[in-house]
Design a binder for this molecule. Structure first.
Ligand code: NAD
Ligand code: LMR
Length: 329
């Protein structure tokens, strides 16, 4: 039986993450080896030509699952009938730009994209925001899509999650697959909190298995939280292949579920759990089942973790208040 293709829209398709992402979507890594996809690439007018070049290369791969590619600079066209929206394109911070300027410039992108999703997306649409500041960009888009269930808007902290898995696996000399229940809390920024007090390695709490508070505080947490900046310093450009990989992981897990006895991290709309103000898009421990992400409930949060979660959530509240002040939400 031939399946109807799933419409996947990628914004910023001509950028570095776009280049690393599109080929993996088209080859079946996003949704599975038996799910055909139709790609919609959204770019700004100056970058449409480059997106066309990427589309030529996609054609040249003759991917059996790729049923078509549309390229546009119009958000309404890009999101018409969309099932999976990957919002990657964003305005980077340039020299002399204040935080408020950055939020305002991105508001100019994510507000109309939220409106276009509201106007034309398929009923089952799932949105992942990658473009920074990802959590607040997701909030802006979500606020302008009142007809779409809020839970369908998410932001990416899976890259931070994967970074934390790798750092911990190296420290303990175990495989990443030996680690379960790791959590990134809060914002996709340097204030994020990678939590080893609920993570498990071989049935033991990871923080106990590490048994090195100084490593945890002075090495692990800052290494994970500042990894994005370290990559920019080393590569001269922000992470691209690892970010694309994490976007694939985020959507794949959302659609296919988490393993029994495990969870992952995603920034989802808060229901007030763990003292995170309702409506903020903040990273939590989440399970996925039946195509829905759900916040893991009932974890005990000690003082050490509480202070760090609160600091990151305070930053998200500041960002929300700033975009509210700018009239963006
Ligand atoms: P890039 O500059 O290479 O590409 C961005 C692309 O977006 C460009 O081609 C640009 O033309 C396009 N674009 C800009 N405005 C647009 C709009 N209104 N509509 C459609 N396209 C638009 O950047 P990149 O390296 O691909 O990174 C993209 C974003 O992802 C950045 O904001 C980056 O900071 C962020 N990022 C997030 C994570 C995460 O973990 N959440 C990780 C890495 C990078
Ligand atoms: C990352 O975590 O690699 C990026 O969010 C860094 C950035 O500022 O683009």
């Amino acid at each position: 039986m031939t399946r109807t293709p799933v419409n996947v829209t990628v914004t910023g398709a001509a950028g570095q993450i776009g280049y690393a992402l599109l080929f993996r979507i088209a080859s079946g890594h996003l949704l599975g080896p038996d799910v055909p996809v139709r790609l919609r690439l959204l770019e700004i007018p100056q970058a449409v030509k480059a997106a066309e070049g990427t589309a030529m290369e996609l054609d040249d791969c003759a991917f059996p699952l790729l049923s078509g590619i549309d390229i546009t600079d119009d958000a309404k066209t890009a999101f018409d009938g969309v099932n999976v929206a990957l919002l990657v394109g964003a305005r980077p911070r340039s020299k002399g730009m204040e935080r408020g300027d950055l939020l305002e410039a991105n508001g100019g992108i994510f507000k109309p994209q939220g409106e276009a999703i509201n106007a034309g997306a398929a009923d089952d649409v799932r949105v992942l925001v990658v473009g920074n500041p990802a959590n607040t960009n997701a909030l802006i888009a979500q606020q302008h899509a009142p007809d779409v269930p809020a839970e369908r808007f998410t932001a990416m902290t899976r890259l931070d999650h994967n970074r934390a898995l790798s750092q911990l696996a190296k420290k303990l000399g175990v495989a990443v697959t030996d680690i379960r229940k790791l959590t990134i809390w809060g914002n996709h920024s340097a204030t994020q909190y990678p939590d080893l007090f609920h993570a498990e390695v071989g049935g033991r709490i990871a923080a106990e298995a590490v048994n090195d508070q100084s490593w945890l505080e002075n090495d692990f947490i800052p290494t994970v939280a500042k990894r994005g900046a370290a990559i920019i310093e080393a590569r001269g450009a922000s992470s691209a292949a690892s970010a694309a990989n994490a976007a694939i992981d985020h959507v794949h897990t959302w659609v296919n579920g988490t393993d029994e006895g495990d969870w992952t991290s995603a920034a989802v709309v808060s229901d007030g759990s763990y003292g995170v103000p309702e409506g903020l898009i903040s990273s939590f421990p989440v399970t996925a089942k039946d195509g829905r992400y759900e916040i893991v409930q009932g974890l005990e949060i000690d003082e050490f973790s509480r202070a760090r979660i609160d600091a990151s959530v305070a930053e998200l509240v500041e960002e929300r208040d700033a975009v509210r002040g700018l009239g963006l939400i």
